[in-house]
Design a binder for this molecule. Structure first.
Ligand SMILES: NC(=O)c1ccc[n+]([C@@H]2O[C@H](COP(=O)([O-])OP(=O)(O)OC[C@H]3O[C@@H](n4cnc5c(N)ncnc54)[C@H](OP(=O)(O)O)[C@@H]3O)[C@@H](O)[C@H]2O)c1
Length: 367
């Protein structure tokens, strides 16, 4: 009897789940379904459906800052893997977790901006018209953004270009928080950075070195000299040597590529070492859950291993933007810029980053 009841409950949950999914899927929509012609138009990158081919530059209404916001005329925006994850809706689980099941809920793209303040809301005292600023705000592939004054925005030093400043927010903060907060890197420690030549890696090498670590970077042969020039003590060319088989142990591994198993990484960690998974995989390697299987495995492993292993998620922090402003102003840190595109070449810029071989940061300039 109990068996039969359980069977019916299970069946009802299954049918209910299926009906919920179908309704949620087919009713999933966005503001493209009820567009009105803007009265004060500005250009912005918009995608009404998933897929890079659906991304286009359109006229939208110029934003008006709220009392706590700053209206910034955008000069440069950097591209991150984050952008192709959202425009492609990949891995698919992000659609289920809020990006929109059938269509993207938020049709705007881009985060990391640099530009000039045009006006400020009435409660804003930290910024004024004419200030050159940088930071992060959703929908940055656009002529204007409206970040909150007390969140992800800081003054750009005069000796730093808009392109350099735009490169900071996601990749720079991830590198800083990976090295300082998750890796807790100390002077003299051996640190390995897998994916040392990409957006996050080029910042992480410089930051780990400035913390006094002994840094090993992993990249392909064409980037060895670049990674050395950023301060790495050693560089492993992954096309010739596998760092998990080289016999060297590390106190901290920052992994931007995730191309080795947790056990392979554990093998080259010291007994109390830390493995910090940042991300990895190009657009063709995401499937349903992308890299998210690894942190789940790390959680299961946790009680049984002495090393700390897990994934990090970077947080927007104004104080960390200020760290970069200070480091760049004093010449202690320099962003690496790979290529620069115009706003109307946005698809090419994102397609290039999707390939997974950017050399530092890719920038989109906005006239
Ligand atoms: N958790 C978070 O909060 C967070 C934040 C930011 C980014 N992420 C994720 O972190 C990852 C890295 O981001 P990113 O901005 O640095 O990406 P990126 O700029 O696209 O990184 C590309 C770099 O990866 C290197 N690479 C590719 N295959 C490699 C391999 N087998 N071994 C070593 N290096 C390899 C490439 O070097 P070669 O050209 O020499 O191959 C290239 O320089 C992405 O998956 C991103 O989604 C996560």
């Amino acid at each position: 009897m109990i068996k039969r009841i359980l069977k019916w409950i299970f069946l009802l949950i299954l049918i209910g789940g299926f009906i919920w999914f179908e309704i949620a899927y087919w009713t999933s929509s966005n503001d493209c379904d009820h567009k009105v012609a803007p009265s004060n138009p500005i250009k912005a990158a918009i995608y009404c459906d998933y897929g890079l081919t659906n991304l286009r530059i359109e006229n939208i209404e110029k934003p008006v800052p709220t009392d706590d916001q700053v209206l910034v005329k955008v000069r440069a925006v950097s591209v991150n893997p984050y952008d192709w994850h959202f425009v492609e809706g990949s891995p698919k689980v992000i659609r289920l977790l809020g990006a929109g099941l059938r269509k993207p809920k938020d049709t705007r793209l881009g985060v990391d901006f640099a530009g000039v303040v045009e006006t400020v809301g009435k409660n804003v005292t930290q910024f004024k018209a004419g200030d050159e600023v940088f930071g992060g705000r959703g929908g940055a592939f656009s002529e204007y953004v409206t970040p909150r004054a007390n969140r992800a925005i800081a003054i750009k030093p005069a000796n730093v270009s808009f392109e350099e400043a735009a490169s900071i927010n996601i990749a720079g903060l991830t590198a800083l928080q990976g090295v300082r907060d998750k890796g807790k890197v100390q002077a003299g420690q051996k640190v390995l950075i897998n994916g040392a030549s990409g957006g996050v890696g080029t910042f992480a090498v410089q930051i780990a070195k400035s913390f006094g670590a002994d840094v090993t970077g992993v990249c392909s042969g064409r980037n060895v000299e670049l990674v050395k020039s950023l301060g790495a003590d050693r560089v492993i060319d992954y096309t010739k040597e596998d760092y998990t088989n080289a016999g060297q142990k590390y106190d901290v591994i920052l992994d931007n590529v995730a191309n080795h198993s947790l056990s392979e990484n554990r093998k080259v960690l010291t007994p109390n070492g830390k493995y910090v998974l940042i991300g990895g995989g190009n657009a063709n390697q995401q499937g349903w859950i992308g890299m998210l299987g690894k942190p789940l495995k790390a959680l299961v492993m946790k009680p049984f291993v002495s090393q700390q292993m897990g994934m990090m998620m970077a947080e927007m922090k104004q104080s960390d933007l200020q760290y970069f402003a200070d480091q760049m102003q004093s010449g202690k840190l320099k962003p690496v810029i790979d290529r620069t595109y115009k706003l109307d070449q946005i698809k090419e810029a994102i397609a290039y980053v999707e390939e997974g071989h950017a050399r530092g940061k890719v920038i989109v300039t906005v006239d």
